[in-house]
Design a protein around this ligand. Structure first.
Ligand SMILES: [Zn+2]
Length: 294
């Protein structure tokens, strides 16, 4: 009976999470994640870890809480890196904390001691500031990885190059995209094709490329493929540069006051002055312009 009740509760909770994240939340994508990694590196590189506390074990995957709390103690933070939609905290002795923030995972830096809040998931105290990680919906997935062994990290292995990888040329983009089928928006968001693009920036890229999100990838001609590549690089690169000077607190997806089309259904298209359309598909909102995109 107890097991049944907890099963029902877990399912109700999941249904609630799915329902609520549709409306309000979106994932950080490569422009935010690179800036977040930069801010964290500036604050923690070279700092020795004094202790790590897990405040909510639901987000810890692939290891026990005891091991997760124990192993990093005494290690030195090296750098934080964005890898697609993950943030990787590199420590001495090839130890890494790999975080998939999903929709609501957020990093904070604190220089004064404080008590954990209800949404806090973990905190790492160092000989400098303390790193806090919170997630009010507890959907994040956090792993401890040793020696670069990412087998346990869901959705990590088998991904494509970063959408901003300097080695991803138009030629390799064109060759690589041929193995992906379906709607163009889904293809550019598929991490197995390129890493780091999610729902919001996909809409921005497609507006600049002049391609409708629902167009089948197979229907794109050579010119459209080139426009898609250029738009991907320009849009992500420009937003990345713009965000690179923001403070951590202004890097949440809720602070995207600069987007041109995503989240602006019913508003005015900045390119043509027409009305921005909106559809909800696969539980996510898509915005596009019927004049500018074909
Ligand atoms: Zn337009």
């Amino acid at each position: 009976m107890r097991r049944l009740l907890s099963y029902i509760r877990a399912n109700l909770l999941l249904a609630w999470k799915i329902q609520t994240y549709l409306v309000t939340d979106s994932m950080p994508e490569i422009p935010e994640l690179e800036a977040i990694a930069q801010r964290l590196t500036e604050a923690f590189s070279g700092k020795t870890i004094r202790g790590l506390s897990v405040h909510n074990h639901l987000v810890i995957h692939g290891t026990t809480v005891e091991r997760f709390e124990g192993l990093p103690t005494g290690k030195v933070f090296q750098s934080f890196d964005a890898d697609g939609k993950f943030i990787i905290a590199g420590m001495s002795d090839s130890l890494q904390i790999v975080i998939n923030p999903m929709l609501t995972g957020r990093f904070r830096i604190s220089t004064r001691p404080r008590k954990p809040l209800k949404s806090d998931v973990l905190s790492v105290s160092t000989d400098g500031p303390t790193l806090w990680y919170d997630d009010r919906k507890f959907m994040s997935r956090v792993y401890l990885v040793s020696g670069g062994d990412y087998k346990q990290v869901a959705g990590f292995i088998g991904r494509g190059p970063s959408a901003l990888d300097p080695e991803l040329t138009l030629e390799s983009f064109r060759t690589h995209i041929r193995s992906f089928h379906g709607q163009t928006k889904n293809v550019i968001q598929n991490q197995r094709f390129v890493k780091g693009i999610g729902n919001a920036y996909a809409d921005e890229i497609l507006l600049y490329a002049g391609i409708l999100p629902f167009r089948r990838r197979g229907s794109l001609d050579d010119g459209e493929m080139a426009r898609l590549y250029v738009a991907m690089r320009n849009v992500l690169g420009r937003y990345r540069d713009m965000l690179s000077t923001r403070s951590l607190i202004d890097l949440g997806p809720e602070k995207r006051d600069f987007l041109m089309i995503h989240g602006k259904g019913g508003g005015i298209c900045p390119l043509c002055g027409g009305r921005i359309s909106e559809v909800t598909a696969n539980r996510f909102k898509t915005n596009y312009c019927q004049n500018c995109q074909r």
